[in-house]
Design a protein around this ligand. Structure first.
Ligand SMILES: Cc1ncc(COP(=O)(O)O)c(C=O)c1O
Length: 379
């Protein structure tokens, strides 16, 4: 028998409740029934993003909303600051480049969080910077960036907005958009939202909407102003991924039922247990100082090839974990715990890690990692 398990930081495993809803007959997106679903989704997303403003939904992967957060926020000749501490930070730079936006990179060592003081200093010496682009959770390294501190700095600059890619942050840890003053907050469906890939989300503060008013960069599909108008009528501008919307309503119900605080606590516990297990096995975290509760990046021990370990997870147990990218290739495996994951899911993946390491000749006592995780999970 073969069972498959996703422990990759997106796509993630899906709840049967969501799958069942999406399996229903397709409806038309201009029908009153769909508008009703849309209205519920709008409220659910505001709860999840912790904002009074609308959350825009695009039928695309998360990168679509990232692109929109450049093409709708900036104007020709504007300058940006880009936090580059991994693959997704680099993506902000690539999008800016595609739109002819000059940007100052803040290069951060992989596995480390950005120091907000660097942002503060660069903003003071470059007052023409209009936007700061960062991740909340840099999925490629397993790092959490200090968004609250960064937001405090940017709040003092009227002419600058903070744009946060929270694709693996939303629904994982606290990012209260309005309370912290985050100007643009982005997410995607295939992460903590417990859905298949295909939807991207963007919420904007009142300050960010003013930037949209003056933005003159070219845009068509990802036109925030146009989408806001449609959203307010419980419509999307173009044909949406209807089945995903139906699934989204269910996923948002589930989140609301559990309660956002409880959702954060669950993620924290699963992440803590995973980190404790890995350390008990004598392995090192790739992001030791500021780990994200979305995904744990583990350094593979000397003599073990990360790519091989990742492949063995799948071959022996049907488990998909992620490997490292670019400079982290072959050096890490990334075990995700965002979305539809519970305590015993982590025990399973840690147990699989132990069995594989044992087979590969890494010396330790079987059960050490599982025990460490159990001790946290029982608290
Ligand atoms: C932090 C972060 N940003 C951006 C993306 C890109 O999202 P997508 O692949 O949905 O376009 C991902 C996907 O893994 C991500 O984790």
């Amino acid at each position: 028998m073969e069972k498959k398990y996703l422990f990759s930081p997106g796509p993630t495993m899906l709840p049967p409740e969501v799958l069942l809803k999406m399996a229903g007959p397709i409806m038309h997106h201009r029908e009153p029934e769909f508008e009703k679903i849309f209205a519920e989704i709008r409220e659910g997303l505001k709860y999840l993003f912790q904002t009074k403003n609308e959350v825009l939904i695009f039928t695309s992967s998360g990168t679509g909303a990232m692109e929109g957060a450049v093409s709708n926020i900036l104007s020709e000749g504007d300058k940006a600051l880009v936090v580059r501490g991994g693959k997704f930070g680099e993506r902000w730079g690539e999008i800016c480049k595609a739109y002819g936006i000059e940007f100052i990179p803040i290069d951060v060592e992989w596995g480390r969080a950005v120091d907000p003081k660097r942002i503060k200093a660069l903003l003071e010496s470059n007052p023409s910077v209009r936007a700061v682009y960062t991740q909340a959770s840099e999925t490629s390294t397993g790092v959490k960036h200090p968004i609250h501190e960064i937001a405090e700095i940017i709040k003092k600059h009227d002419g600058t907005v903070l744009v946060v890619d929270a694709i693996t942050g939303i629904g994982v840890f606290n990012l209260p958009m309005d309370a912290w003053g985050i100007d643009v907050l982005i997410s995607g469906s295939q992460k903590a939202l417990m859905l298949p890939p295909g939807l991207a989300f963007a919420a904007l503060s009142d300050k960010a909407w003013k930037f949209v008013e003056r933005s003159d960069l070219p845009k068509y599909y990802f036109d925030f102003k146009k989408e806001l108008k449609s959203t307010k009528k419980n419509q999307s501008s173009y044909t949406p991924a209807i089945s995903l919307f139906v699934g989204l309503r269910e996923a948002l119900h589930m989140i609301r039922k559990e309660g956002i605080e409880a959702v954060f606590r669950r993620h924290e516990k699963l992440a803590e247990a995973t980190r404790a297990a890995v350390k008990a096995l004598g392995l090192e975290l790739y992001a030791p100082d500021s780990p994200s509760n979305a995904v744990t990046a583990v350094k593979v021990p000397d003599g073990i090839q990360g790519g091989k370990l990742k492949n063995m997870f799948f071959e022996k147990f049907g488990i998909t974990v992620a490997g490292g990218q670019d400079q982290a290739k072959g050096k890490i495996v990334r075990i995700a715990h965002l979305g539809y994951y519970e305590r015993l899911d982590m025990i399973m993946v840690i147990s699989a890690l132990e069995m594989l390491l044992k087979e590969m000749g890494y010396p330790f006592e079987l059960g050490t990692g599982v025990k460490a995780a159990e001790e946290i999970l029982m608290k």
